[in-house]
Design a protein around this ligand. Structure first.
Ligand SMILES: *[C@@H]1O[C@H](CO)[C@@H](O)[C@H](O)[C@H]1NC(C)=O
Length: 374
């Protein structure tokens, strides 16, 4: 098993897609500049995209990392990367269907793993992966976390603190609106594996788990039941692009749990995301979360008071990566850092989307879908 003992944590990025380049690489560069981690290698299925990512790393001031890719070459393929003793941990940011096999390979090679959300394409796959990790790797001291930047956002954590401190009273209802307009040929759609998704939900899974993660982060009780309808409005977004869901939370402290609604579509019209956000209503007031470019705004309005708005710069990807690196190195986590990246939390987010897709209007018991896994 790898261990860092003293010194910086050696990290490899497995995957060279948009999110690896635009989110993980800058986060890594920022943390590397503080001496916490070192980028040791990059891997992609194709040599070309791995080389592009390595060049992007160098452009951010990181030492140009060696490139690994799919081949039968014992020096440059993934097996070779995972055999390196100076790589202690890997960030897995591959297409959703390709993630579980690579997570398994990395754990089997004794690497700590931070894998991108969703944890898996469906609840069954995610449950199996968690069971394997718990049985085979956890006791060996290997850490596996699922990167869900929305649960690590300072703005969402602030909303959680305000709500749990009773600022808006007892939570009675909530609503979340995530309306996007994903055009054919647009940047994210063009990522080849999204154009023909082999997994349920398409963008509803990939983007919808973020909204599920906000609700999981800020609401006082876990979501236990839902009922919804899902459909496909625009062919290029298949298999589903739209879901409307009613959700119910567990009781908290002897009080009946809140219920709320979720509006989720990537088939909106241009500009129709204008009203997006999450509203949580309590007996004393309400809290509203909106996300703009680079900023999360938390507005709190009490019944007999002014609206108070606080802005938090976004930085969830860096926060989760820093918390992961700290945990692997055995350091003391920042407040809340220990709770980040829990695979069970990420599994609940997938369960919410899976249930919304399958409900057909009927009630779904999420705890039953999760099989008591979490
Ligand atoms: C890497 O190459 C070696 C030697 O050909 C081979 O045994 C191994 O299976 C390859 N690994 C992968 C992941 O393709």
């Amino acid at each position: 098993m790898s261990s860092t003992n003293t010194g910086t944590l050696g990290i490899a990025i497995l995957g060279a897609g948009l999110f690896a380049a635009e989110a993980h690489l800058p986060a890594l560069a920022s943390i590397a500049s503080k001496g916490q981690v070192e980028l040791k290698a990059v891997y992609s299925r194709s040599e070309k995209s791995a080389s592009v990512l390595a060049a992007q790393a160098a452009a951010l001031g990181l030492p140009a990392p060696p490139v690994y890719h799919d081949s039968a070459d014992a020096k440059t393929n993934l097996t070779a990367l995972l055999a390196r003793a100076d790589v202690h941990a890997v960030i897995v940011v591959l297409p959703i269907p390709a993630q579980p096999a690579v997570i398994r390979q990395a754990l089997a090679a004794g690497k700590h793993v931070l894998s991108e959300k969703p944890i898996a394409a469906d609840v069954a796959t995610g449950r199996t992966l968690i069971a394997e990790y718990e049985a085979q790797y956890k006791a060996k001291g290997l850490l596996w976390r699922v990167a869900e930047n929305f649960e690590a956002e300072a703005g969402h954590l602030a909303a959680r603190r305000l709500i749990s401190a009773g600022t808006i009273g007892r939570v009675v209802s909530f609503s979340a609106r995530t309306v996007g307009n994903v055009e054919k040929g647009s940047k994210w759609w063009s990522t080849s594996w999204r154009t023909v998704p082999e997994y349920q939900g398409g963008f509803l899974l990939d983007g919808g788990v973020h909204t599920a993660a906000i609700l999981r982060t800020v609401l006082p009780g876990r979501i236990t039941h839902l009922s919804g309808f899902a459909s496909l409005a625009r062919e290029h977004l298949g298999p589903h692009d739209t879901a409307h869901v009613i959700l119910k939370c567990a009781d908290v402290g002897g009080e009946e749990g809140a219920h709320g609604v979720l509006e989720l579509t990537f088939a909106g019209a241009p500009g129709s995301g204008a009203g997006n956000g999450v509203t949580v209503t309590g007996t004393k007031g309400w809290l509203h979360i909106t996300t703009g470019p680079g900023v999360i705004k938390i507005a709190v309005r009490l019944h007999e008071g002014e609206e108070e708005v606080t802005e938090y710069p976004t930085g969830g990807v860096e926060a989760e990566l820093a918390a992961f690196a700290t945990a692997v190195s055995g350091g003391k986590a920042e407040e809340g850092g220990d709770a980040l990246g829990d695979p069970f939390g990420a599994l609940r987010d997938v369960a919410l989307i899976e249930a919304a897709l399958r409900s057909g209007g009927g009630p779904v018991d999420l705890d039953a879908l999760l099989g008591g896994a979490c």
